[in-house]
Design a protein around this ligand. Structure first.
Ligand code: KIV
Length: 283
């Protein structure tokens, strides 16, 4: 019987050298499957702006939207540790606002932790949120909320100065109290070095195998994301193709009149054929 994952059980996994798994989920049905598969942590990422809402980036996502998606996931999880993303501009403006919004996600979504993007620039927010007893997952390297500053979704930490900056960001968020950090799109050797240097859990995405765990966006790993697939994504299934095939088969059967057939209809009726004929004549 799998046990509920907590900060303590996840830290113990890191200490034992066991890899930690994380996938995104944004709805009840998917989260239930991810949870039942034994995935350790579920991230309700603000990537939902792109995967669920069709925006080009994560910037438009609001707190109210995070609460709606987050609640559905929270209700589905029996064992997975649920982390909710703090959306763009829900924590940058002031420490007070960051604490209020982190508290809201915890209270309204049955979350176990919040995640926010940034290194040295958000240490005040991380200190204040963790001081309230809310575990924080940081997110450094390629932070999608800064896509406009980066000029695109680009690998970070290339070159000596940038590598030093990413390592210093990791140390800064750890010092501020983060128990976990997502390392997104950084060179694998740098991610492995950071993992060696910190006590907190490192979760990689496009950061090689040297991290304590891995995260992927579930639509990406299921082959549901369309034509553009980032280099670091491995499609573990081709669910997108399977769905398209099923949608086409349904369309064809309904149009041909072969669905629904008797096996998929409530054939027994309380009314006799005579009565139905009478109704037909009356109306
Ligand atoms: O929003 C998200 O899904 C994320 C992951 C890609 C790490 O931040």
């Amino acid at each position: 019987m799998p046990k509920k994952n907590t900060v303590a059980t996840l830290m113990a996994m890191k200490e034992r050298g066991e890899k930690i798994t994380q996938l995104t989920s944004y709805d009840f049905s998917t989260a239930r499957l991810v949870d039942a598969a034994g995935i350790n942590t579920i991230l309700v990422g603000d990537s939902l702006g792109m995967t669920m809402q069709g925006y080009e980036d994560t910037l438009p996502v609001t707190m109210d939207e995070m609460v709606v998606y987050g609640r559905s996931v929270g209700r589905a999880c029996k064992n997975a540790f649920v982390i909710l993303d703090m959306p763009f501009m829900s924590y940058q403006v002031s420490v007070e606002q960051a604490v209020t919004n982190a508290g809201r996600l915890m209270k309204e979504c049955q979350a176990n932790a919040v995640k926010l993007e940034g290194g040295a620039t958000v240490v005040k927010q991380i200190k204040a949120i963790t001081a309230c007893g809310i575990p924080v997952c940081a997110h450094i390297g390629m932070t999608p909320q800064s896509v406009n500053a980066f000029g695109g979704f680009k690998v970070q930490g290339k070159g000596e100065d940038n590598a030093r900056r990413v390592l210093e960001d990791a140390l800064a968020v750890q010092e501020a109290g983060a128990f976990m950090v997502v390392l997104e799109c950084v060179p694998p050797k740098l991610a492995a070095l950071i993992t060696k240097k910190v006590k907190m859990i490192t979760i990689g995405i496009g950061a090689g195998a040297g991290c304590d765990g891995q995260v992927l966006v579930y639509q990406d790993m299921l082959g549901m994301s369309g034509d553009f697939v980032p280099k670091f994504v491995k499609p573990f299934a081709h669910i997108g193709d399977a769905m398209s095939e099923a949608f086409r088969a349904y369309d064809a059967e309904v149009k041909a009149g072969t669905f629904p057939d008797a096996a998929h209809s409530y054939v027994k009726s309380d009314c006799s054929d005579e009565f139905l004929a009478k109704l037909d004549a009356e109306y």
